[in-house]
Structures are given as structure tokens and as C-alpha cells.
Design a protein around this ligand. Structure first.
Ligand SMILES: Nc1ncnc2c1ncn2[C@@H]1O[C@H](COP(=O)(O)OP(=O)(O)O)[C@@H](O)[C@H]1O
Ligand SMILES: [Mg+2]
Length: 332
């Protein structure tokens, strides 16, 4: 069988893990122009930079020419799933659900009834941000601190903890993501002179730790999960059993998710756990679990091709620690 992933994170090791689990599989990955390609997939294609409708026609030609059986898109999911391509197009949820999960305010609203819900305020103007920060202690408690991030962000970009630090602290130590409230507001006000700001969400800063779950799901049922926790020593703990697994399963059920997705939780000051977001695609870090035998990706391949059923997947228990090291690669 032939599987094709367009874009996405860590496609090379994900493809390699699928092929290792089933050597009869051919797994193709496509990347944007100018992006590095790595060993792992059967072949890596460079995608043309096209608007949705033309991209779909290019994809149709590729599917036919290469005899693709299953397309797993990250880019142009809606257009590709509605295009009636001559192959199966796998999505992790309905188009409506996928759009909802991209929007951090709508996601928070949708889980309002759950114990792991985090009170989240949408912000579209500097004035709204200023007034929400003014009432923040009344709403969230006297010692709660605010943080902001883009309403539709990815990769942690734009996250800032609004707190009492030196006025230049964010310039000297940007990685700490801490900025004084008045300086953040001044920057937003200056930005607004050029036009509307990108919408934000405002919420309580959670001190952590943070847990990232890689999950293999089947039509709303969590089949197996791997919890990854960053340790203070820089390593990651990888566990197949975790106290938050039921909460993760609830999210999978609520949004009827399917395939491999990633769910993130973070611990609040009062010791409760809150859901930060669901990534409706495999997280780059899914390959860490794969290294220690989690078989999230390997079994996903089996389910996609029908070699495995939800009841015949591997369910070995894992509790281990990993360290990450970097290597130098010549890429061109
Ligand atoms: N309420 C919060 N409290 C503390 N840290 C947060 C909070 N929200 C986000 N973060 C930090 O910012 C990172 C990115 O936020 P997240 O909601 O996962 O968005 P994305 O990954 O899509 O950018 C998180 O992994 C976490 O480290
Ligand atoms: Mg995230």
C-alpha cells in the first residue's frame, strides 16, 4: 500500500517508523519549497506553492501517477477531503472539529463543562486586553497572573507571561517569555496604529509541569496513549499509564478524534490539571515514544492498512526516561 503525508512535523521519522512496522508499505512525504529533506520516507517530494484549488489538482495528478492509496493531509485538509480524489483521504476529525481545534477560544468554550477546562477570554483590541487585565484578580483570584497567546497560534509563538519583571527583562532574556504588563500593552497599542491586532486569548498562567500525550485513536476511542513529561534534568519521561489518561480519553471522545493526535495539559497553582490544546496531527515528539517501543505510529500504519484492528494493537506498558541529543547533518 502507498501512503502520502503532505507537510506536517517530523514526517521523515514518522514515515520510517511506519515502514519499519510494515516493510511492504511505501510512505511518501511532501515538503514545501526550500525545506530540507531527510531519509526515512520511500521518497520525498517538493510541493509547488499553489492556492488550494490548483494544489488539489496537482495532488490529484500525484495520486494517480504514483498510485497512492491513502492521503493524510495536514495542508489544505478541507479542500483535499472535499475534492473526491481517487484515494482515501484520512482526517483526524470532521472539518468543523478541526477548525474548532485551531481556535483556542472555541476549544476552551467547547470543554467548558469539563473539570480540566481553563477559563479563557478572547481579546480583539488593546482596550479589551487592558480591561480584562484590570478585572483579572476579581475573576481569577488575587494571586493569579495573566498570560496571552494568539487565538490561532502554533508552535508556542506569541506566548507571553504578563508579570512583574524588570522593564528590559524580555529583551535580555526573551526565552523566559516574561514581560511587564504595561510594556506589552504599549507594544499592542503601537501595533494597533497600523491596523487591527491578531486576536489573542488571555488566561491564567499555569506554573506547570506540562504533559504532552501522543494518542492513537479510533473514531473517538482512545486506543493507546503515551504521556511525555519534560523533567527538570532536561530529560523526558515517557509513560503509557498516567493519571491524566482518562482526561485525554474524554477529549478524544468529545471531539470524536481518529488517528494520531496530541493533547497537552498543564498544572495550575491549585494543583488541578488544565487542557491547553489538542493538536489534530502527530506532534513532532511522537517519535520519541516510538524510539522506546510505544508503537503509536507503527500501529497507526497497521490500522490504516487493515493489518491490525483496534483490538489487536500492541499494548505493552512503558515507563522510561529519554535524553535528546543533536547531530550535524549535511542537507545540501
Ligand atoms: N496558560 C498557560 N500557562 C503557562 N504556560 C502556557 C499557558 N498556555 C500556553 N503556555 C505555554 O505556551 C506553549 C504553547 O501554548 P499552546 O497552547 O500549546 O499553543 P501552541 O503550541 O499551539 O502554540 C505551551 O506549551 C506552554 O509552554
Ligand atoms: Mg502546543
Amino acid at each position: 500500500m502507498r501512503i502520502w503525508f503532505n507537510r506536517g512535523f517530523s514526517l521523515a521519522p514518522i514515515s520510517a517508523a511506519m515502514i519499519a512496522a510494515d516493510p511492504t508499505l511505501e510512505v511518501y512525504a511532501s515538503v514545501g519549497e526550500g525545506m530540507p529533506t531527510y531519509e526515512g520516507p520511500t521518497e520525498t517530494w517538493v510541493e509547488p506553492n499553489l492556492p488550494a484549488a490548483q494544489y488539489v489538482e496537482w495532488a490529484r495528478e500525484m495520486v494517480i501517477a504514483r498510485g497512492i492509496d491513502i492521503l493524510i493531509p495536514t495542508r489544505y485538509r478541507k479542500a483535499l477531503s472535499q475534492a473526491d480524489l481517487p484515494c482515501r483521504v484520512e482526517l483526524p476529525g470532521s472539518i468543523e472539529t478541526l477548525a474548532l481545534l485551531e481556535d483556542k477560544y472555541e476549544f476552551a468554550q467547547a470543554i467548558e463543562e469539563e473539570p480540566f477546562h481553563l477559563l479563557t477570554t478572547p481579546v480583539a483590541t488593546t482596550w479589551q486586553l487592558e480591561s480584562s487585565i484590570f478585572t483579572f484578580p476579581q475573576v481569577h483570584g488575587e494571586d493569579a497572573e495573566p498570560c496571552v497567546k494568539p487565538r490561532k497560534g502554533v508552535n508556542g509563538l506569541g506566548f507571553w507571561h504578563l508579570t512583574k519583571v524588570n522593564p528590559t527583562s524580555h529583551l535580555l532574556n526573551p526565552d523566559e517569555r516574561k514581560i511587564r504588563v504595561d510594556l506589552y500593552l504599549d507594544a499592542m497599542r503601537a501595533q494597533e496604529v497600523d491596523g487591527p491586532i491578531d486576536e489573542l486569548v488571555l488566561m491564567e498562567f499555569l506554573p506547570g509541569p506540562e504533559i504532552s500525550f501522543d494518542i492513537l485513536a479510533h473514531h473517538g476511542r482512545l486506543l493507546k496513549a503515551v504521556a511525555r513529561t519534560k523533567q527538570e534534568n532536561g530529560r523526558q519521561r515517557i509513560q503509557s499509564e498516567h493519571p491524566l489518561k482518562d482526561a485525554a480519553a474524554r477529549l478524544i471522545e468529545l471531539f470524536k478524534l481518529h488517528g494520531v493526535v496530541n493533547v497537552q495539559f498543564r498544572k495550575a497553582k491549585d494543583g488541578s490539571w488544565k487542557a491547553l490544546e489538542i493538536n489534530s496531527r502527530p506532534a513532532g515528539g511522537v517519535v520519541y515514544g516510538e524510539k522506546v517501543g510505544a508503537r503509536i505510529i507503527a500501529d497507526w500504519a497497521g490500522l490504516l492498512t487493515g493489518r491490525l484492528t483496534p483490538d489487536s494493537i500492541d499494548r505493552r506498558s512503558i515507563d522510561t526516561e529519554i535524553a535528546i541529543s543533536s547531530t550535524v547533518l549535511e542537507v545540501s
